[in-house]
Design a binder for this molecule. Structure first.
Ligand code: FRU
Length: 738
């Protein structure tokens, strides 16, 4: 007993001596209220340390004492650097408090002999500072400096730092630059994802050489795993592959489960996987991109995150179809690079080799979204299977506009040039080029016309014929500001002379689809001349809730492919967008119900004998003298979606408030979804249902409502109701589609 006491008191004494001889060394806690210990560049950090937040900034928390270094001086757009005096490394760790943005250009860095030893960013975007630690044991006795850098404009373009100290105690729970190493001998590295975890920033390297840019992956940190994603490493077999986590936590539950595998199985609950609409196999999808027809194939590229079901890591995914009905998945076409991630754009076939990449090269024109947004090109000479990025990208640089993106390019024969429509904040700017590499501004359209309630995105300018005359139609997606909230696509009808687009005087905004879920759609380039169709596809989602919709293992589908046509609605020209004719070939096992006179209500009890939630219903309604009628789809749980025709107000409303799962977002089903409806003697209806979507086409696509739904069971009955006056419902046909 005595001995034990003696030993422990000796230990205690030793520890006390240790503390006394090795106290923490403060590099700076900014409490002097000056930057005397730093060289200050730029204006982002202000003339002196901050005392908390600046005007326009959320409350800054978690710093010590009264002062901290805060680069929000002048807002997110200001830039600057603090460079410390040289110091000698005398302890095992450097601890500091860190907050602010997690982008690549705001960081704190340890530099020795002009070499960056550590570079830290915040773990999540936050105004609450957290402890970070660098392990510097191996550098004892060496000289170093610290640089605090804010070189980022825009959202979260700032950094917060306080209490930089040398210590023998590691204060952070984060492991900075944590490395997982693999001797690659399988196809994939599988990573567990939890969609509610913050993003881990993970760099891939092969034999120490970085590959691509870091990936943002919501690696599961607690017990919960939503799904797994694969990182393709097949081509590195036999080599050393490392994943370096900018920050891993010592408490992370699954770092040890990240493993190599030859198999990547989808063993998921696929309740909401559509059966005849295009979806990504796994991962997140948004805008359709680069649609082009070539040599028997319709190409569909799309905004794609291969590492999770939420928006991040924008690549171009790739699918092809020979018939616009069935899609085949191809490998990712374009991956992020040092210019940024790959945002939306288009593709053309360069029949006359204007760019010099070869006759008939497929050339993608897309936005590189990095520090700023610029336009780049890449070409393929193997039918889109592989792309090479042009070595002198970008081809169109940022004229200092934050939203400068989504190039849609076509060959304009009359003026003998390529014409690009580009979304430039709240206008569309047209550029011309002879070779896709040098672009000159032609004109700008949009001021004072149409809806300006949000950012303009994804333009498309196409000629459409009406009665033998050619009109030009400019489509512009806008978010937010859609007629029923969030994202939607407006259009303008007018003329284009090779330089300027002039809109006819109409009652703008006009909307292509009044439903909530048809966004960022554009048309195919190079469709077969003999068929002369303008084929369109949209993203069946809305930025209002896209990042929270079920299911988990993939996100989003596209609309049906539609044919754009100019028609007269009785008042003026409008763009109709019925489904392409090919869709009718998907019909199987028609249930023909015939014609019914509906006095009050009429129910089709059972839609189909084998109803898997993927079908088309068609009929025509003659409203006769009625003021309003509706039809609704209902499932055995009573969940339903209603289509209400109000013929006194001339509005067609969709009610999805009781359609199934709705509470994943406050504004998914908060109100009716309205479309204007021209009075007609007869309404020809085609309603497409595909597990989690409804597309309603009235009178050959003159009025369209696309709305997604998440019913627990397929809707299996159809109920017609009138306000009391009889209506005639003609030729009710129901088709299984697959
Ligand atoms: C539209 C959009 C585009 C952008 C892309 C990024 O939905 O915001 O403007 O290029 O998504 O994924």
């Amino acid at each position: 007993m005595n001995n034990i006491l003696k030993i422990s008191s000796t230990l205690l004494a030793l520890m006390l001596i240790g503390c006394a001889t090795n106290p923490d060394i403060i590099i700076d806690d900014f409490e002097s209220g000056t930057y005397n210990k730093w060289t200050v560049e730029g204006d982002a950090f202000g003339a002196t340390p901050a005392t908390g937040s600046y005007a326009g900034q959320q409350a800054v928390e978690g710093f010590e004492g009264k002062h901290l270094a805060n680069s929000f001086n002048g807002g997110d757009d200001s830039r600057g650097t603090l460079i410390s005096q040289e110091f000698t490394i005398e302890r095992d760790y450097i601890n500091f408090l860190l907050g602010g943005g997690m982008n690549q250009d705001t960081y704190i860095e340890l530099v020795m002999n002009n070499e960056s030893i550590y570079k830290s960013r915040s773990v999540v975007e936050t105004e609450t500072l957290q402890w970070m630690t660098w392990n510097v044991k191996e550098y004892t006795g060496q000289k170093a400096i610290i640089r605090i850098v804010d070189n980022q404009r825009g959202g979260w373009g700032h950094i917060l730092v306080d209490q930089i100290e040398q210590s023998n105690t590691e204060k952070s729970v984060f492991m900075v630059d944590h490395e997982l190493a693999f001797d690659a001998d399988k196809k994939y590295i599988l990573v567990p994802v939890d969609d509610d975890s913050p993003e881990s920033v993970i760099a891939l390297a092969v034999e120490g050489t970085p590959i691509g840019v870091p990936m943002y992956i919501r690696v599961a940190q607690t017990e919960r795993i939503d799904y797994w994603i694969p990182i393709d490493i097949e081509k590195y077999k036999g080599k050393k592959v490392t994943l370096t986590f900018a920050h891993a936590k010592k408490t992370d539950k699954h770092l040890g489960d990240i493993r190599q595998s030859d198999a990547f199985n989808f063993n998921y609950d696929e309740t909401y996987r559509p059966s005849y609409h295009h979806t990504p196999l796994y991962g997140w999808m948004n805008d359709p991109n680069g649609m082009v027809y070539y040599d028997g194939e319709y190409h569909l590229f799309f905004q794609y995150n291969p590492y999770g079901s939420r928006w991040a890591n924008m690549h171009w995914g790739h699918s092809v179809s020979k018939d616009l009905k069935k899609w085949e998945y191809l490998p990712v076409a374009l991956a992020p690079d040092s210019l940024g991630s790959i945002f939306s754009g288009s593709a053309v076939i360069d029949k006359n080799n204007t760019a010099g990449f070869g006759k008939n090269a497929m050339i993608a024109i897309y936005t590189s979204a990095g520090k700023s947004q610029t336009q780049s090109i890449a070409y393929s000479t193997d039918k889109g299977r592989t792309f090479t990025k042009y070595e002198h990208n970008p081809v169109l640089a940022d004229p200092d506009i934050a939203d400068f993106r989504d190039p849609k390019v076509f060959w304009h024969d009359a003026s003998g040039q390529w014409v690009m429509s580009l979304a430039t904040s709240q206008t569309i700017t047209f550029y011309g080029s002879k070779n896709l590499k040098e672009w000159n501004k032609l004109s700008e359209f949009g001021e004072g016309i149409g809806s300006h309630a949000g950012v303009w995105e994804c333009p498309d300018l196409i000629p459409l014929a009406y009665n033998g005359q050619t009109k030009w139609v400019l489509f512009v997606s806008i978010n937010p500001g859609g007629p029923n909230g969030g994202s939607a696509t407006q259009y303008f009808i007018g003329n284009f002379d090779g330089k300027t687009f002039t809109a006819d005087k109409l009652d703008y905004p006009l909307w292509l689809d009044y439903g909530r879920d048809n966004y960022a759609g554009v048309t195919w380039n190079n469709t077969p001349a003999k068929d002369g169709r303008h084929l369109f596809i949209g993203w069946m989602n809305n930025w209002d809730y896209a990042n929270s919709v079920p299911p988990l293992n993939f996100s989003s589908a596209n609309t049906l492919v539609r044919e754009l046509k100019l028609v007269h609605n009785g008042k003026h020209l409008v763009v109709a967008n019925p489904p392409v004719a090919e869709v009718a070939d998907l019909r199987r096992n028609a249930e023909k119900i015939g014609t019914k006179q509906v006095d009050k209500t009429y129910t089709v009890d059972k839609l189909l004998r084998d109803n898997r939630g993927a079908y088309e219903i068609e009929f025509s309604v003659k409203p006769k003298g009625t003021d309003s009628f509706e039809f609704k789809l209902v499932n055995i749980k009573g969940e339903n979606i209603r289509f209400i025709f109000d013929l006194t107000k001339n509005i067609l409303s969709v009610d999805r408030t009781k359609s199934g799962l709705v509470d994943f977002s406050d504004n998914f089903a908060s109100s009716l979804i309205d479309a204007p409806l021209a009075a007609k003697d007869s309404y020809k209806i085609r309603l497409f249902v595909d597990k989690a979507s409804t597309e309603l086409f009235v009178n050959d696509g003159e009025v369209v409502q696309t709305n997604i739904v998440f019913p627990a069971e397929p809707y299996n009955s159809l109920v017609f109701t009138t306000d009391g006056q009889a209506i005639e419902v003609e030729d009710i046909n129901i088709y299984n589609l697959n």
